[in-house]
Write a protein of this length. Structure first.
Length: 229
């Protein structure tokens, strides 16, 4: 029996080789070794307890269960990923420190060319412009390198910080939905849409490593000319 070199995990799951850098900001898909730091940050607080910015109130999870809940979510998004439906959550690092998560989820992307952003930051890193920059970076990446035609987002009307980030990035309002947030609690969700010409870009160029294997993995056409800004 001949010996062969072990296969790297990045060959099996090309998303693990994806790296997006913009000045002091780095986005990389969440790996298992990132999860403990993200759990600790979430346990330290993302928002005031009396508020709830998320459609699924995962931050209400008891502290003893939070790690298992978060790990299960990241493992589930990997297990369920297909070309028809995928979610990628990126660990956000600012000057080398883990500060939060920036996500993108979509269904039928090869047909619609659209998906929705979602994100969170540890409370100690909020109010410094990081939330705006990580959304700008993710939107620039999907427009310039994943052929997106549109990006969507949403925020509850009582979450002015998230809505302010969306306005800074260039989104336009696109109607509202009435939703149940916590059990028995009504909340109004503001829908938002961003087209590439309206994206307000930051001043940093994007450096993207590991792109072509990811495009193949997601079923995107090869050999396209990607925009560098």
């Amino acid at each position: 029996m001949s010996e062969t070199e072990p296969t790297a995990i990045e060959e099996i799951w090309p998303l693990f080789a994806l790296r997006i850098v913009a000045g002091p900001l780095e986005l990389r898909p969440v790996r298992d070794e990132d999860i403990p730091a993200l759990v600790s940050m979430a346990a330290g607080g993302i928002h005031a307890p009396e508020t709830m910015p998320f459609t699924f109130p995962w931050t209400d999870t008891p502290a003893a269960d939070l790690g298992r809940t978060m790990a299960s979510y990241y493992w589930r998004t990997r297990a369920e990923l297909s070309r028809a439906r995928w979610t990628v959550d990126f660990t956000v690092r600012w000057r080398g420190d883990t500060v939060g998560v920036q996500g993108f989820r979509t269904e039928n992307y090869l047909v619609t060319g659209t998906g929705q952003t979602g994100s969170w930051l540890g409370r100690g890193h909020q109010g410094q412009g990081i939330g705006t920059m990580m959304r700008q970076t993710l939107c620039a990446f999907v427009f310039d390198h994943l052929d997106a035609q549109e990006v969507q987002s949403a925020a509850y009307v009582d979450n002015p910080a998230s809505l302010a980030v969306s306005m800074k990035v260039g989104y336009s309002t696109n109607g509202q939905f009435r939703e149940q947030r916590r059990p028995g609690e009504l909340a109004i969700s503001q829908q938002l849409t961003l087209n590439e010409p309206d994206l307000v870009r930051h001043d940093f160029d994007l450096r993207v490593d590991g792109l072509e294997p990811v495009r193949r993995f997601l079923g995107l056409a090869q050999g396209r000319t990607h925009r560098n800004r």
